[in-house]
Design a binder for this molecule. Structure first.
Ligand SMILES: [Zn+2]
Length: 579
């Protein structure tokens, strides 16, 4: 009854207020931000010293100081939802909306209020507020009419209803089973497909997606000093948060980097403006790799057993989600017994402190040894040779998850050949700085370009690895070993977020069905990341999902056709997330 009376009050009052009511003023105020029209924007505010602005830092007053700062910068996008006007008296109205702003530093959301007063010149803003609410759960929403592909591998449900509440899935199923709640906003999604958000189990926020983050591949440190490159990655990981969200990736696992990457876990645990990040921190390495900063290490050398056990305990204390080992047999003489004992010590200590062991091992011998040491996830394909029955038995017995990471070598090949294959990854989701560097690949350090003969050699080696990688994925999958999606994003020309599509397509090209690839990218990836609460669209799961314009079960290429991205219940259009 109350709401009906409210609607009537607005309706009846409208003709009395001429054409220009407070709602029109409110919409005009927001439209001026959209059109970046400073004069129009300022015309909505009371031109007096009383004009009040309130934010988390308290009250500020006065039109002049407000006008001085207005229009200095505009957001890339401003999305206003749940806009409401409450008439208070004939001359005063209260307005409120939820805002979402996306700019180069990522995305911010919150609640903004206005108090409008009627003046001789129309309705003007006397009080304006804005309070960020980064972790608050968005209002309930129901997606109606789409085909539901829930990530479990179950048969798709046509004409489904998916209800999101408090940042989680309230109900997901046929219309007959999931009622549309009266308090939920309805999104009509007929002719669309709904899937869980993609989960990338293999990324590196300590790497840029270009060679400036990997001077061991191509040394450009004279132009891109490594300490500056790393400082900028630490200062602004948000640019890649946006790239992931834009690409439909709602959770990622950083499986090796500088210690600050561990902080991203807390920061994104309840975020609606960033993917959920899990992180392993510095990685333990069987070789003493030089690529570290003067004051911090991303590679901890496994020099002896005591060092290994101390490093594992330290990771536990720092809050790492896993122990990552780089298992690379050092050059001659290959002291396999000594190196193997150290990897086993890492596995043993990880078990003791209760952390999963994650291993980079592209050699068959090392991969098998990693499984014996207790590896829970293998983050690379076996490239050296076809996997054998001993490998399959070990993987099956240990319950390990196999992450093929098929396409990362292509990026290194493109850098070597100085030819960026720009059509492989959608650049709309890539921040302008990274995009410019990727596009500069073709002309960078041409004097250091390998000879054509060296490039041909290199291409042949890469091709052997790729052929083995693809065949091994099929063999492992058919043996019933769970497979999960991982890109190795951050490596040269494996771009954060955008690389996910070519990896999905490479998995399908290896002989997996689109349905199997989808499960690998959602439910199985959630298990690999250690997040049971996401990866499927089942009641209680975190409301991370995608609305697609085309059927992902017909072809995983259709994951490129993202209409909406939802993170913890906050609904974004793909368009607003693009750079
Ligand atoms: Zn990696």
């Amino acid at each position: 009854m109350k709401s009906i009376r409210f609607v009537l009050a607005v309706f009846l009052a409208a003709p009395l207020r001429a054409q220009n009511g407070p709602l029109d003023a409110f919409k005009g105020n927001i439209a001026a931000i959209h059109t970046r029209n400073r004069a129009a924007y300022l015309s909505h505010y009371l031109h007096t010293p009383a004009l009040a602005r309130v934010g988390p830092d308290g009250l500020r007053q006065g039109y002049d100081s407000f006008a001085a700062g207005a229009g200095a910068s505009w957001p890339d996008t401003l999305v206003a939802t749940q806009l409401r006007i409450v008439p208070v008296t004939p001359d005063v109205a209260y307005g409120v909306y939820r805002y979402r702003v996306v700019d180069s530093s990522g995305s911010v959301r919150g609640v903004s209020e206005r108090v409008f007063v009627r003046t001789r010149d129309g309705w003007k803003v006397a009080v304006t507020t804005a309070f960020p609410t980064p972790d608050a759960a968005p209002p309930p929403v129901a997606f109606v009419g789409a085909t539901l592909v829930d990530g479990t591998g179950a048969t798709p449900v046509r004409d489904a209803v998916v209800v999101l509440r408090d940042g989680r899935i309230g109900c997901a199923g046929p219309r007959t089973r999931c009622a549309i709640p009266g308090d939920a906003d309805t999104v009509h999604a007929e002719g669309k497909w709904i899937t869980p958000g993609l989960i990338d189990t293999h990324v590196h926020f300590s790497q840029t997606g270009w060679v400036d983050g990997r001077p061991d591949a191509l040394d450009l440190r004279d132009r891109y000093p490594y300490d500056q490159v790393e400082a900028s990655l630490q200062a602004r990981p948000e640019r890649f948060f946006r790239s992931y969200m834009c690409s439909g990736v709602t959770s990622v696992f950083d499986v090796g980097g500088y210690p600050w990457t561990l902080e991203l876990q807390q920061r994104t645990a309840r975020a609606t403006t960033a993917p959920r990040v899990m992180a392993a921190g510095s990685l333990l390495s069987t070789i003493d790799h030089w690529l570290n900063l003067p004051d911090q290490r991303q590679f901890i050398y496994m020099s002896d057993e005591a060092t290994v056990r101390r490093a594992v305990q330290a990771h536990k204390a720092w809050g790492a989600a896993a122990i990552k080992v780089w298992y690379i047999m050092p050059p001659q003489p290959p002291d396999t017994a000594r190196v193997s004992a150290l990897v086993h010590a890492a596995g043993d200590e990880a078990r003791k402190v209760g952390l999963p062991l994650i291993v980079h091992a592209t050699g068959l011998w090392e991969a098998k040894d990693a499984l014996r040491a207790g590896a829970r996830v293998l983050v690379h394909s076996v490239w050296s040779a076809p996997v054998d029955s001993e490998f399959i038995d070990l993987a099956r017995r240990s319950g390990a998850i196999y992450v093929p990471t098929l396409t990362v070598l292509d990026g290194y090949s493109q850098v070597a050949a100085r030819r960026f294959e720009r059509d492989h990854q959608p650049l709309a989701c890539v921040d302008p700085t990274t995009r410019a560097k990727a596009l500069a690949t073709d002309t960078v350090a041409l004097a250091q370009r390998p000879s054509d003969a060296a490039l041909r050699d290199r291409a042949a080696r890469t091709s052997t690895s790729r052929v083995n990688g693809a065949a091994n994925l099929k063999r492992v999958f058919e043996a019933g070993i769970p497979v999960a999606l991982g890109t190795d994003a951050g490596n040269p020309l494996t771009l954060h977020g955008a690389s996910v599509f070519m990896e999905l397509e490479a998995m399908e090209a290896s002989g997996l069905s689109a349905r199997d690839v989808l499960v690998a990218a959602t439910r199985n990836a959630a298990r690999a990341v250690g997040l049971d609460s996401t990866g499927t669209l089942t009641p209680g799961a975190v409301a991370d999902l995608l609305v697609l314009d085309a059927d992902p079960l017909a072809d995983v290429r259709h994951f490129r056709e993202i209409a909406l991205v939802v993170r913890r219940g906050e609904v974004y259009t793909r368009h607003e997330l693009e750079y």
